[in-house]
Design a protein around this ligand. Structure first.
Ligand SMILES: Nc1ncnc2c1ncn2[C@@H]1O[C@H](COP(=O)(O)OP(=O)(O)O)[C@@H](O)[C@H]1O
Ligand SMILES: [Mg+2]
Length: 252
């Protein structure tokens, strides 16, 4: 079946474990992400979010278990279907914004020059950096670098996006702007997997997986997860603590 016609889950992770030498970073983790949603991976530092995303984009291989994205095993062949914004940006400091985004567009096989120029401009405009397009990245603030990094991840209009802590260090206004971009992308049918350690981000996601110690301890919509505490006034922080105390539980 051509991958465009694949109608199953965007991401399927079954019983995945991963070790860095003797350190178990992921411990029998399972997860399904439906298509066309924003899905938050929420958990404290060290929970395994980055490791999971690196496995999903094919940079690491699982020690045990299986991973399918858009119905296939992650591989280089799928690069044009995936956008990846790493936790630490991977921009070229001496190059300008437009050169950076164009570089990623080439990696993602946008070979037609006119089409590539159009996409590069659209991506830079989307993150509102077009007026600074000829500035070297090293001249930009941290928040601006993050915006450029997002432009690099979305330039090829991928159906599946992995964003690793994209809102860290953003001021509140910029955070809102990012979430507006993300909502626009899912509206167009893209699937977004977004990691965060703050519940400020969690409220914006359609679905969440709470992660801790390399495991998913709960998953569901923000409403489902709050409701599972049995307290109407519960916040998502309360819900997270509830599941930490209860051990492994699913809200759905
Ligand atoms: N390259 C690495 N080498 C050794 N241990 C690592 C490496 N990357 C992460 N870890 C460890 O794996 C665990 C999960 O880390 P990580 O996936 O980065 O979590 P998160 O992104 O949720 O903060 C942590 O205990 C971390 O110290
Ligand atoms: Mg991380």
């Amino acid at each position: 079946m051509p991958e465009e016609e694949f109608t199953g889950q965007a991401v399927e992770v079954a019983q995945v474990s991963f070790k860095y030498n003797s350190l178990k970073a992921l411990d029998g983790l399972s997860l399904q992400v439906p298509r066309g949603v924003s899905f938050g991976l929420l958990g404290p530092n060290g929970a395994g979010k980055t490791t999971l995303i690196r496995l999903l984009v094919g940079l690491l291989r699982p020690g045990a278990g299986t991973i399918r994205i858009l119905g296939q095993r992650p591989s280089r062949k799928m690069a044009h279907l995936i956008g990846y914004m790493p936790q630490l940006h991977s921009l070229y400091a001496e190059l300008s914004i437009i050169q950076n985004v164009d570089f990623f567009a080439r990696i993602y096989r946008l070979t037609d020059k006119a089409e590539r120029a159009r996409r590069v401009e659209a991506a830079i405009r989307l993150v509102d950096m077009w007026t600074r397009r000829n500035d070297a990245v090293q001249k930009l603030s941290g928040g601006m670098k993050q915006r450029v990094s997002l432009a690099c991840a979305i330039v090829h209009n991928p159906p599946l996006l992995f964003l690793d802590e994209p809102t860290v260090g953003l001021d509140p206004e910029l955070r809102v702007t990012f979430w507006e971009h993300f909502a626009g992308l899912t509206k167009q049918g893209a699937t977004l997997i977004i990691s965060s350690h703050t519940m400020d981000d969690a409220v914006h996601c359609d679905y969440l997986a709470f992660m801790r110690d390399g495991k998913v301890i709960a998953r569901g919509s923000p409403g489902d997860l709050k409701q599972a505490t049995g307290r109407p006034e519960a916040t998502l922080e309360d819900a997270f603590l509830h599941f930490v105390q209860r051990g492994q539980q699913n809200a759905i």
